[in-house]
Design a protein around this ligand. Structure first.
Ligand code: SF4
Length: 237
């Protein structure tokens, strides 16, 4: 089996527990206005790899990732469902811990088997407000919230991610509402607020895409810390 891959990172420390080998799969159905990897959007971009080629790369890093594992990210790894599933199954057969870094943007009917197979999810919630979610990504949040419900139902460990953007999602009332909503899910073991950053802006320019956040500043460290405090309950899990 083959799939299209944007890139690899052999020593990732931010995308799941421990040191991880990260596979960034090509293709994403969303168009987040703060995306720092718009070059992953096109499912026909990147380079084609076989599962065996990817596994050979992962296995060559076995000694670094012993304490961590493998994270399948993107783009949206659920878009190439069968390839992602096959990679997860192979990783598990090799004894690697697996994490799926997803925005849950595809339907559950399509993604259930992949979710079942991963050890945990890093689930990116763009906005609890469906209208704002459409404004940010071009799609509503129905699939993402259904993905979270499914994880709760089957007891799958979830780490939530949420990008905070000044004048958009960096809003105390919205964040309180999100915190209250998430607190009831026992599958959530951690919530990370990620500050919007401008490191990917040059990619938008080089791809000729209109960047509506061109004049938006990155949040201050103190603003991010205050916002993170609203999710205090996740530190006790
Ligand atoms: S889900 Fe991720 S890769 Fe897809 S557009 Fe949003 S930020 Fe970019």
């Amino acid at each position: 089996m083959t799939g299209r891959i944007h890139s690899f990172e052999s020593f990732g420390t931010l995308d799941g527990p421990g040191v991880r080998f990260i596979v960034f799969l090509q293709g994403c159905p969303l168009r987040c206005c703060y995306c720092h990897n718009p070059d992953t959007w096109d499912v026909s971009g990147g380079r084609e790899y076989t599962v065996s080629e990817v596994m050979a790369k992962i296995k060559s890093c076995r000694s670094y990732i012993r304490s961590g594992g493998v994270t399948l990210s993107g783009g949206e790894p659920l878009l190439q469902r069968d390839f992602t599933l096959c990679l997860l199954e192979n990783c598990r057969a090799e004894g690697f811990h697996t994490a799926l870094d997803t925005a849950g943007s595809v339907s559950l009917e399509h993604s259930k088997k992949v979710i079942d197979t991963a050890d945990m999810l890093l689930l990116d919630i763009k906005s609890l407000d469906d209208k704002q979610c459409r404004q940010i990504t071009g799609q509503g949040n129905k699939n993402t919230l259904a993905t979270l419900d499914y994880c709760e139902e089957i007891g799958k460990t979830v780490w939530i991610r949420h990008v905070v953007v000044p004048q958009l999602t960096l809003d105390t009332e919205r964040l309180k509402e999100l915190s209250n909503y998430l607190e009831k899910y026992s599958c959530i073991k951690r919530v990370d607020l990620l500050g919007y950053h401008k490191m990917g802006e040059y990619k938008w320019e080089s791809l000729g895409i209109n960047n509506i956040l061109k004049d938006t500043c990155e949040p201050a460290k103190s603003e991010l810390e205050e916002a993170q405090k609203l999710f205090y309950w996740s530190k006790m899990r």
